[in-house]
Design a binder for this molecule. Structure first.
Ligand SMILES: Cc1cc2nc3c(=O)[nH]c(=O)nc-3n(C[C@H](O)[C@H](O)[C@H](O)COP(=O)(O)OP(=O)(O)OC[C@H]3O[C@@H](n4cnc5c(N)ncnc54)[C@H](O)[C@@H]3O)c2cc1C
Length: 496
């Protein structure tokens, strides 16, 4: 006999975990299916050969007591330790090193103090950036203000209209326009730093990045941001525990293989059998949802068209190449975790091993590596369109070349950590595809390039009656916090 629940969630990435937990908290019977043995997807911690590595994401926001993750950790008494590391990140190029500490004002002043720095313009830019970030982060910190809007949310937004007005001048323009307005667009140290930060957050550099999104995420390091001891997997497992406490059920290592509409319900198939549900939340790329649906004369043609449209925008994005390293720390290393953002040649695109983000576990993270070693997760962006035109051999050669460039960048710009490397694993878009099931290993969501159109598209989430998409390809998009907020809002839509 087919089981029946109120809602099935497909995928235990942070989008799916959040949706499942919020639905269970709302009193629905929820079953969460995950194809892997462990939760978290692109933000998980995996174990191999005695080492524990972050699979992709490494630095997380949303942990302050009044933010989403902070609230859940408290509510469920989760065994998650956030280290409020300082510095948060060190940005290195062959010419300079910028240390991004927890004190935002001190960081801005350190930029102003550099020889020849246009200090007045830098201060004015960051003051404006802060005002925009405050408005946008306030919305992220109160998930009720995100769509779907109820009357209370609309009233709250109406009251804030005067605060939103200054955003208008930024809409549809790249962040470079803001730098030009403040006369600092040629100040290389700042532009290089912002190029890197925009690439890892809104997925494109300052010439392209849509200003309000970029100005908001430039504050990423100052919004309840920290390093999760033991790996982000501890939070993902914690949210599964929360789901259980809230009455939900998780089926791990039980991937969904088919999805079909039957009358008023959806039937979800997996190795464990079929389950019927009025609601399905798919924490997947649109391509992968379309694959689950297959073809058929089932009245879902509009849904398939909408999935294909969103899929084309995701195709415009990135894959990731990874190195997972274990290293003996240098003698001068302190005990805390470190995040190094390295750019070998700041005049070349911040991709394909020229720009890498290295996250080094702390000494307190004893479980991550034996014998006092530290683990390092290293990532770089890979343009998927350039891989798509190559045959298998060409792809393998390109990936090998990118990984070699990643090694060279670390060896040159972080020699103290590179010298002690004892162990290496690698990953490519194919690895992401194999593990997370993401079409072609596309990660990171839709780049937020400047223009008005993205705003209209933001709210164009593919959906059909009872079927909802969450994750980094739909609003509000990238980062663990953003996809989790999207999951919570999707749950709210279902519950109300
Ligand atoms: C290299 C890299 C570095 C990043 N760095 C950061 C960072 O430092 N900080 C940050 O906040 N964000 C970072 N991000 C972004 C962040 O990781 C993502 O935005 C977020 O984790 C995406 O979550 P998601 O829920 O959308 O999807 P996913 O994490 O992909 O989760 C989808 C889940 O669904 C499962 N699944 C797929 N198909 C099926 C199926 N048929 N049946 C059952 N389960 C299925 C997958 O196994 C997976 O667990 C990074 C991303 C990458 C790739």
């Amino acid at each position: 006999m087919t089981d029946t629940v109120d809602a099935v969630v497909i995928g235990a990435g942070f989008g799916g975990l959040a949706a499942a937990l919020a639905l269970a908290e709302g009193g629905l019977t929820v079953r969460l299916h995950e194809r892997l043995k462990y939760p978290g997807g692109c933000a998980s911690t995996f174990e191999r050969q005695g080492y524990r590595f972050e699979a992709g994401a490494t630095l997380f926001s949303g942990f302050a007591d009044d933010q989403l993750f902070g609230r859940w950790i408290k509510r469920y008494g989760l065994d998650v330790t956030v280290d409020w590391i300082d510095p948060l990140v060190e940005f290195r190029t062959p010419e300079r090193s910028l240390v991004v500490g927890r004190d935002r004002a001190a960081f801005v002043e350190s930029l102003c103090a550099a020889p020849g720095a246009p200090a007045a313009g830098i201060r004015a830019f960051f003051a404006e950036q802060r005002r925009v970030a405050d408005v946008l982060w306030e919305i992220l910190d109160e998930p009720e203000l995100l769509p779907p809007f109820n009357v209370a949310a609309l009233l709250a937004h109406a009251k804030r209209i005067p605060r939103y007005l200054p955003l208008l001048r930024h809409i549809g323009r790249p962040v470079r326009a803001d730098l030009e307005r403040h006369g600092i667009a040629d100040h290389r140290p700042l532009v290089e730093y912002l190029d890197g930060l925009c690439q890892i957050t809104v997925q494109c550099g300052v010439d392209e990045a849509e200003s309000p999104f970029a100005l908001g995420t430039i504050d990423y390091y100052y919004r309840g941001t920290g390093h999760v001891r033991g790996g982000i997997g501890s939070l993902a497992w914690g949210l599964l525990k929360g789901l259980e406490v809230a009455g939900g059920e998780a089926c791990m290592a039980d991937g969904v293989t088919g999805l079909r509409r039957e009358g008023d319900a959806w039937v979800v198939s997996s190795r464990g059998g079929d389950v019927r549900a009025r609601h399905v939340v798919a924490n997947m790329l649109p391509h992968d949802v379309a694959r689950l649906l297959g073809d058929g004369d089932d009245g879902l043609a509009a849904l398939r068209r909408s999935l294909a449209k969103t899929a084309r925008r995701v195709d415009d994005g990135w894959g990731a190449c990874m190195l997972y390293l274990a290293t003996r720390p240098p003698a001068e290393a302190d005990d805390q975790a470190h995040h190094l953002e390295l750019v070998a040649d700041p005049t070349a695109p911040y991709l394909e091993g020229n720009h890498v983000f290295c996250s080094i576990s702390g000494a307190h993270d004893g479980a991550r590596a034996p014998d006092g070693q530290r683990t390092i997760t290293v990532s770089t962006h890979v343009p998927m369109k350039s891989l798509a035109t190559q045959d298998d051999e060409g792809v393998a050669a390109s990936i090998a070349a990118i990984q070699e460039r990643m090694r060279a960048t670390i060896a040159t710009l972080a020699p103290e950590w590179w010298a002690g490397v004892t162990h290496e694993l690698t990953a490519s878009p194919r690895t992401f595809e194999r593990f997370t099931g993401r079409h072609q290993g596309l990660v990171g969501g839709i780049p937020r390039r400047a223009g008005w159109l993205p705003y209209l598209r933001l709210l164009e989430t593919p959906r059909a009656r009872g079927l909802h998409l969450v994750g980094d390809s739909v609003f509000p998009g990238q980062s663990t916090l953003a996809v989790a907020l999207g999951g919570v809002r999707t749950a709210a839509r279902i519950l109300h």
